[in-house]
Design a protein around this ligand. Sequence first.
Ligand code: GRF
Length: 204
Amino acid sequence: MPSKKKKIAVLVSGSGTNLQAIIDAVKSGILANTEISIVISSKKDAFALKRAEMAEIENIFLTPADFSDNNEFDKKLIEIISNYSVDLIVLAGYMRILTNEFINSFPNKIINIHPALLPDFGGKGMYGHKVHKAVLKSKVKESGCTVHYVIPEVDAGPIILQKTVAVLENDTVDSLSKRILSEEHKLLIEAIKKVLMDSHHCVI
Ligand code: GRF
């Protein structure tokens, strides 16, 4: 009896290279018996939406300005995602802070990827190039990326997987962010596999 397909919702705001990694892993069978049911962007012009379109994955954007506040925005997000009864919600370059109401609506079902070795270089305001700038300024010899469960405190949820990336003498924000981003793409797929397998009630 084939087990039920695992369903994923992916939240995006930008270029969507992490989304693309998931799309490719589903297509190649690395993420077996899995589908991306919906891609939701908080930015109308996110290239991630074009990636979903090209992969013929249902995708929509919500414009924050159309909502009175964060709570109303996330209420809509809860309503949309609930229609798909997904097994997992992946924040892949999603640039909004989720409300407690949203997080509590999907307990232990939301994961995020962060381009540093949390708990270092994480938290409110630490995203994108700001992270790598702080890493270079600190002169640490290692950085990397982290996939973690999402809890109300930003970037503070239980860590699922991490990958260390060396910081090189002549690194710039650009060179370091690029090297870490390519590791993110691999780590995210490993983490999704791990989470979906862990939640998979293997039939003995
Ligand atoms: C990645 O560096 C991710 O760690 C961070 O935002 C970036 C998203 O990139 N959360 P993309 O939109 O997936 O290309």
